[in-house]
Every structure is written in C-alpha cells, then in structure tokens.
Design a protein around this ligand. Structure first.
Ligand SMILES: Nc1ncnc2c1ncn2[C@@H]1O[C@H](COP(=O)(O)OP(=O)(O)O)[C@@H](O)[C@H]1O
Ligand SMILES: [Mg+2]
Length: 285
C-alpha cells in the first residue's frame, strides 16, 4: 500500500475523496499536547435568543489555542448561532439577545473595551458558500488589509496569504482575473486567503465545504490541517467524518444545548453521553 505522503498531490486528493463516502469514522492523530493550551475563547453560561426563542442555551466551553475544534449536531441545534456569537456577527440580527459571558483572550467581547470591528479582524470568518467580492483575485485578498491601512508590501502579503491558503500555485499567473472565474473550491480557498490576509488569531468556519464536491472538500480539509499550527480554527460541520478527520476537539450540540465537549477521539469512540452515542452512530440527526 502506498503511503499518502508518497503520493502526488492529485492522487492524494483522490484517495482522500474516496474516504469521504464510507460511514466508518477515521480519526486523525492528535498532535502531542506538549504545553497546556490557553483558552482563546471562553463561553460561560451563554444563552442566545432570537426574540423569545433561545437557540443556544446555557453553553459553557473553552476553546483551546492552536487547535481545531469542531462543532457538530443536527441542523437547527444552534451551531451557527454559537459560532457567529464568537466574533459578534449576530449583532447584525435585530431580534438577537445574548446572556452570559463570552470572552476572547480574557476580555469580555461585549465589554466597553472591546471593539467589534477589531474583534472581527482578530477572529475571521469563512462561510458556507464561497462569497468572493466581484473583484480580481488580487484585490479580494488585498482589499481588507488596504482599508485597514496595511503598511507593508501588499504584493508580499497577497502572495503569502494565497500560499497559506494553498492556492498560490493555481492562481499566480492570473492574479488580475476575476475571482468568479475560479472553481467553487478555489473560491473557498480564496475566501480563506482573504481572511488570513488580515492576520487573524482565530478562524471561524461555518460548514465551509458544504457547497463543494468531494475533491474540493478534501483540499479544504488538508488546508485546515495545515492552518492549525498558526491559527485557532473552529469548524462547524454537519459531516461527522469531517469532524473526526480534521479536529482535535469536538463539541456536540443538540437542541441548543452543548451535550458534550471533549477530545475528538473520545467523542467518536467513547462518549460520555447517551445522546452523543446515538448521534454519532446515526440513530438520529
Ligand atoms: N436570524 C434568525 N432569526 C430567528 N431564528 C433564527 C435565526 N437564525 C437561526 N434561527 C433559529 O435558531 C435555531 C438555531 O439555528 P442555527 O444556529 O442556524 O442552527 P445550525 O447552524 O445548527 O443549523 C434554529 O431553530 C433556527 O431556525
Ligand atoms: Mg448552521
């Protein structure tokens, strides 16, 4: 059997794509936990409501630094609501209210000292459907940094962000072509490059592969695997195999509650809660 690392990139992707289908959950090797990970984001008793409907109820969890944390659970259980709260994207929904405390590196994100725009620069977001701007590839990546008054060499920044997003080789000869000329998977990596160009600390990803085919999905999963050394990644996914493949920790939510949060291998092999067991074995969801 040929080892993955010995295969050409395209074969690796195909091999990886083949693994998307079977139900058997594969676990990635967790990195050695050498130093104690500091909590980057901390939710304490967080309840988030739309009008009087509580979509997230009394959630307490610590998101560790430089790890990939997956949030799984059936549709409508509050995954996106919780994720969007972390960089205050829910502020744009008039009926939304939040109770409890969410802190980012020790600072209450709703406190007087926290500026939501600055928070969103530190905590970037990638959405379900790739949403590049109707601009060139170059401008998509450069724009955010430029309006933030970036003083370094913008070409270097664009190249570095595109390299980190594993897209540079595919686009280096067409930087000034429209982003819309790219495939869906490339557009999603462009959106990741756009987020990276702001030099964030945390990347929130809300089902970033759900609009992509299996090969493009495999590319994004490989990318997430590489990003973990530089960023804290929080990944919402309804795909349990994906959570098992790419995350270090997994949070299982059900009907607005955080049922269980633990190492990914514990969640998928030996969960504490019956509801987690039922969900991962496909009894509901
Ligand atoms: N803007 C909104 N206004 C009112 N209800 C919402 C809004 N967004 C989500 N909800 C409701 O909140 C619950 C959780 O939604 P969501 O966080 O999107 O779940 P998930 O991402 O797990 O599918 C659902 O019942 C959904 O209908
Ligand atoms: Mg969602």
């Amino acid at each position: 059997m040929v080892r993955l690392s010995e295969m050409t990139p395209d074969k690796r992707v195909n091999e990886h794509a083949l693994r998307v289908a079977p139900p058997a959950v594969r676990l990635r090797q967790s990195p050695p936990q050498t130093e104690a990970s500091e909590a980057v984001l901390r939710a304490a008793g967080v309840t988030i409501s739309y009008g009087d409907f509580a979509a997230v109820r009394n959630v307490t969890l610590d998101i560790p630094d430089r790890r990939v944390t997956a949030i799984i659970g059936p549709s409508g259980c509050g995954k996106s609501t919780l994720l969007r709260a972390m960089n205050r994207m829910n502020d744009f929904i008039p009926s939304m209210s939040i109770r409890g405390t969410l802190s980012y590196r020790g600072e209450d994100i709703h406190g007087a000292r926290c500026d939501a725009v600055d928070l969103r620069r530190r905590i970037g977001m990638v959405f379900q459907k790739p949403n590049p701007f109707p601009k060139t590839i170059f401008k998509n990546v450069a724009w955010g940094a430029q309006i933030n008054g970036y003083r370094g060499d913008i070409h270097d920044l664009v190249e570095s962000a595109l390299r980190q997003a594993a897209l540079w080789d595919e686009v280096k000869d067409k930087l000034h072509k429209s982003a819309y000329a790219l495939s869906g998977g490339q557009q999603q990596r462009l959106c990741i490059a756009r987020a990276i160009a702001l030099q964030p600390d945390v990347l929130l990803m809300d089902e970033p592969c759900s609009a992509l085919d299996p090969i493009a999905t495999a590319r994004i999963e490989e990318l997430i695997d590489q990003l973990r050394s530089q960023f804290t990644v929080i990944l919402v996914t309804h795909n349990m195999q994906q959570a098992a493949r790419v995350s270090d920790l997994t949070a299982f939510m059900y009907m607005g509650e955080l049922v269980e949060f633990d190492d990914t291998d514990t969640i998928f092999t030996n969960p504490n809660e019956q509801r987690t067991q039922d969900y991962i074995t496909g009894r509901f969801g």
